[in-house]
Ligand binder design. Sequence first.
Ligand code: NAD
Length: 238
Amino acid sequence: MDSIEKAVSLIKKSNYTIAFTGAGISTESGIPDFRSSGGLWEEVDPQLFTAQNFIENPIEFYELALPLFKEIKEAEPNPAHFALAELEAAGDIEAVITQNIDNLHQQAGSESVLEIHGHLRTGSCQGCAKEYSFAEIEELMQKDGPYCLDCQGLIKLDIVFFGDSLTTEFMEARKLASQAELLIVIGSSLEVSPANLLPQLADKSLIINLSTTPFDSQAEVVINDSASRVLAEIAELA
Ligand code: NAD
């Protein structure tokens, strides 16, 4: 049995499978990940995405990050996102837990998606919780800056920064991962804590990632190949 057949067999035997995705599932949609060669960390200082930096330098944050986020918002799902939506529709996976903020799972048709690091659809005033769309925040940045029209509070995109506290979505993700008979990790270096703890909660895991991860030795099957190629094949065979 080759590794893709082994992966399909694991999926078929499992009664409760969760997919756990990271930036690597979206590189084939043209969005760079963080840690690969050519990834975002070669262009941008990780410090930009800390909660403290955002509070101290919100205007600088938006000036640097909005062009990056705009590119992410223009990306389209790739065959890996579509394959996961197909597996969900066929009843082979229950839900996708994603670290990504790119909305590509939903665009591909996945219905049950937990975004543990938030999303780029909206931002919220840190003072009065008024919600703003991404386009409205872009517009405010052209005028008086990222401040609430009602109370002048700072508007923060609804994404999780390094140093932010855990979201309710993360708590829910932890519950789903604990219930999982199989957790499929796709395109994640498993280096960002606490998200990287989720695979350890499931009974079994399958890893589809271009490079090795610290969790490989604990997985049933590891496939070091392109997420879109592998998942399209799995969806066809499953
Ligand atoms: P990471 O950059 O740490 O790791 C990505 C992993 O994906 C790497 O190990 C790489 O080998 C692998 N990979 C790259 N292209 C692949 C492909 N085509 N097929 C299979 N594997 C591939 O990413 P992470 O673990 O998700 O952690 C980074 C954090 O940054 C997360 O919070 C993530 O949400 C966020 N982020 C999100 C996006 C996005 O929304 N698309 C983009 C960059 C970073």
